[in-house]
Design a protein around this ligand. Structure first.
Ligand code: HEC
Ligand code: HEC
Length: 255
């Protein structure tokens, strides 16, 4: 496990050094593994089973074979069970550089839409169990603030309740609002921070940029901590399309 960590750290260090200038040999290798099979490749990897699981092995190192996430990382997100439309939008966002994480930007640079769609559908269909709720490392006051913002928002500051869009059990909604369960607090904080600083954006109107823009650093810590303590709901599937009337329009979620 330690060797894996060192290996992954070295990829991201290399990637950062090269500033997306050109693929690292590692990325080139992963790309090769990911290219949808054509006859020439089919010969080269004789009799390797052509399943999505096999093709997605490079992704499994960071996201788990079923997209369940990996226990030893705070920043590699769970993908399993998020709506396919949401996952597809993210894969496109990494491909075009709208979201930034060098290994993923490289991996997706040359992938075509139908293959991104197939990857998104694979992870959306997975239902591995959610991890045990996190043991909070913040005070009860901070948790109470987190709960209050997530469940009720703060109308005096223009913050809508997170549950109004992510669902009362935070399972998300088809086709493109993600569930917020099974994510580490550091990942949630980093994403909200990326919206606040404009390094992550979504199709306009970018409702998350508006929501995150009204949050203070303290709010971000509180909502991330509280969300990560939630137990798994009985049914973790995203709500059907149109179940919730969104408090703000979101360009990525057709109404
Ligand atoms: C070296 C580790 C690594 C590899 C390999 C990797 N990912 Fe990721 N992935 C990440 C990280 C880290 C993020 C979050 C980046 C950020 O902070 O925005 C991410 C984000 C994502 C997201 C967005 C998740 C969300 O909830 O918004 C998707 C979808 C995804 N990866 C799919 C894939 C697929 C498919 C592959 C294989 C082609 C892959 N990843 C390979 C580390 C990796
Ligand atoms: C008006 C609807 C709406 C509200 C309110 C809302 N969200 Fe979102 N949220 C979205 C949409 C849509 C996305 C997907 C954006 C994209 O495609 O990148 C999203 C994405 C996210 C993500 C990224 C998840 C991932 O896997 O990377 C996080 C984290 C998040 N929201 C947290 C929150 C929190 C915390 C609140 C409350 C403070 C909140 N959201 C309120 C609509 C909403």
């Amino acid at each position: 496990m330690r060797r894996m960590k060192t290996f992954l750290r070295s990829i991201s260090v290399q990637a950062r050094r090269r500033r997306l200038a050109r693929p690292t040999p590692f990325a080139a290798l992963l790309l090769w593994a990911l290219v949808p099979l054509r006859p020439a490749h089919a010969q080269a990897i004789e009799r390797a089973p052509d399943t999505m699981e096999a093709r997605l092995q490079p992704c499994a190192a960071c996201h788990g074979a079923q997209g369940q996430g990996v226990a030893n990382s705070d920043s590699f997100p769970r993908l399993a069970g998020k709506p396919a439309g949401y996952l597809y939008n993210q894969l496109v966002a990494f491909r075009i550089g709208r979201r930034h994480y060098a290994p993923m930007n490289y991996l997706l640079e040359f992938q075509l839409d139908p293959y991104l769609r197939a990857m998104a559908e694979f992870y959306a269909a997975q239902r591995p169990p959610l991890p045990a709720p996190a043991v909070p490392i913040v005070s009860n006051d901070v948790l109470r603030l987190g709960q209050s913002i997530v469940m009720h928002g703060d109308p005096s500051r223009g913050i809508p309740a997170c549950s109004g869009c992510h669902g009362p059990s935070f399972t998300g909604m088809e086709p493109a609002i993600p569930g917020l369960l099974g994510l580490k607090p550091s990942y949630i904080s980093a994403q909200l921070g990326a919206w606040r600083y404009g390094t992550r954006t979504a199709t306009a109107p970018d409702c998350m940029q508006i929501v995150a823009g009204h949050l203070t650093e303290g709010d971000v810590t509180a909502v991330a901590a509280w969300l990560s303590t939630l137990p798994s709901p009985e049914n973790a599937a995203p709500l059907p399309r149109g179940t919730l009337a969104l408090p703000l329009a979101c360009g990525s979620e057709p109404s």
